[in-house]
Write a protein that binds this ligand. Structure first.
Ligand code: GDP
Ligand code: IMO
Ligand code: MG
Length: 423
């Protein structure tokens, strides 16, 4: 059975968690393939709201096997806290499988992330300060420590002893911080190892066997296309590859095993952290989006910057991910706004760009070109079919589909499962 990839088309927080949860009903495996606990995915079942960071969003169904694959970076304490927090709510993750190849976020990664951000001052990236960048840096430099090292604490200690010498030099001499103690970190990780060792397996082997035996697999992206290390708004990006291509590498699944790539599209755009954002609004409309949309970070609680829908970003996401399908989220948040604008071009130095520009300076300094659409005043959060939506909302949907060249399969009009229109 071919697998499905689900990705964010903007700067994250598009509602991937809600849609993964809905689709997981008809899946067997939900796989996280990149990122770490920088992600915050909210899923709602009845009155229960879950905020997930590392555990895949299909966890609310007992038939789902959740998988944390090779490309993820794992903060072991956060993962254990999340497992225990879920268990207290009666949600058990006994079936969880973690790749031994996934890298661990170590205490020095968190400290270095925080110190680097402070050091950058005004030029900071606005990271989640969870140690994501430094963990991926060590993976690429080949001095990372992996989940499988927890299965042999002698090797874990040897690797840590070597790397800690360098990290302590940086912490003390560059950032003026106290050094970390080898014994203390080893002791702490012995406890984590005991708790996690039963989950650590070869996830690529498992996923591929399941696909071959006809099981249904969804690869759930964290972050979004514009936060991709290669294709995003560098350097204001994360340190992994949240695009569809990254799913194959991160999960160890070949591209021919995929037949559906779903892009999650928020009806307006948000961004947390620093970096250019052409359609950003700092007026009452932006405040409406923030307050009605509840645009406050799931992971850090930071206010999300809000702006009009940007068709250049969507078309870019269609191209980079090879989307075959789209889901529109948070359309309900636009009720009460009129006119509603869609950015269809960027003006820079007398030229108008209609594709995502090849140079960052254009993206930084351009002026958005908008087309205006009539809004609607009525609430739409109870709409069950397309016919329940006001004509203006249907026109807005149709225009986005036309600009992308792809149809929406679901229109989401609220955080709950039932607040979804299957087109
Ligand atoms: P993710 O990181 O892409 O999974 O998105 P987040 O969970 O961080 O942010 C999306 C937020 O919007 C969450 O609080 C969801 O519960 C909520 N949400 C998802 N879909 C909708 C929708 O269609 N309408 C509204 N009003 N909220 C939604
Ligand atoms: P989900 O999966 C929104 C942003 C951070 C920062 C940049 C780099 O919930 O959509 P990092 O800590 O990754 O080094 O920070 O990326 N960022 C996110 N923004 N949603 C996320 O995840 C994000 N994960 C990272 O705010 O700008
Ligand atoms: Mg989020």
């Amino acid at each position: 059975m071919p697998a499905t990839i689900l990705v964010g088309t903007q700067w994250g927080d598009e509602g991937k968690g809600k849609i993964t949860d809905i689709l997981a009903d008809k899946m067997d495996l939900v796989v996280r393939f990149q990122g770490g606990n920088n992600a915050g995915h909210t899923v709602v079942k009845g009155e229960t709201e879950l905020k997930l960071h590392l555990i895949p969003s299909g966890i609310l169904y007992s038939h789902i096997t959740p998988i944390i694959a090779d490309g993820v970076v794992i903060d072991p304490k956060t993962l254990i806290d999340e497992i225990e927090g879920l268990s207290r709510k009666g949600i058990h993750v006994d079936k969880l499988i973690i790749s031994g190849n996934a890298h661990l976020i170590m205490p020095y990664h968190r400290l270095l992330d925080q110190a680097a951000e402070t050091h950058l001052g005004k030029a900071k990236i606005g990271t989640t300060r969870r140690g994501i960048g430094p963990a991926y840096t060590d993976k690429a430099t080949r001095i990372g420590i992996r989940a499988q090292d927890l299965l042999d604490m002698k090797i874990f200690r040897q690797k840590l002893a070597q790397v800690l010498v360098i990290k302590n030099e940086i912490l003390t001499k560059i950032y003026g911080l106290p050094p970390l103690e080898l014994d203390e970190i080893v002791r702490e990780h012995e406890v984590y190892a005991e708790r996690l060792k039963g989950f650590i397996k070869d996830t690529s082997l498992y996923i591929n066997k399941m696909l071959d035996s006809g099981k249904r697999v969804i690869l759930e992206g964290a972050q979004g296309t514009l936060l991709d290390l290669d294709h995003g708004t560098y350097p204001f990006v994360t340190s992994s590859s949240p695009v569809a291509g990254g799913a194959c590498a991160g999960a160890g699944v070949g591209p021919l095993k995929i037949d559906t790539v779903i892009g999650i599209v928020k009806a307006y755009v948000t961004r947390v952290g620093s970096g250019p954002f052409p359609t950003e609004l700092d007026d009452d409309v932006g405040i409406h989006m923030r307050d009605v949309g509840g645009e406050f970070g799931t992971t850090t609680g930071r206010v999300r910057r809000c702006g009009w829908f940007d068709a250049l970003i969507l078309r870019y996401a269609c191209r980079i991910n090879g989307l075959s399908d789209m889901v529109l989220t948070k359309l309900d948040v636009l009720s009460g706004l009129s006119p509603i604008k869609i950015c269809v071009g960027y003006k820079y130095q007398g030229k108008t760009y209609t594709e995502f520009p090849p140079h960052q300076t254009i993206f930084h300094k351009c002026e958005p070109v908008y087309e205006e659409h009539e809004g609607w005043s009525e609430k739409i959060d109870q709409a069950k079919t397309m016919d329940d939506l006001p004509q203006a909302a249907r026109n807005y949907i149709a225009r986005i589909e036309e600009l992308a060249g792809i149809k929406f399969s679901i229109i989401s009009v609220g955080p709950k499962r039932g607040q979804s229109i299957f087109t």
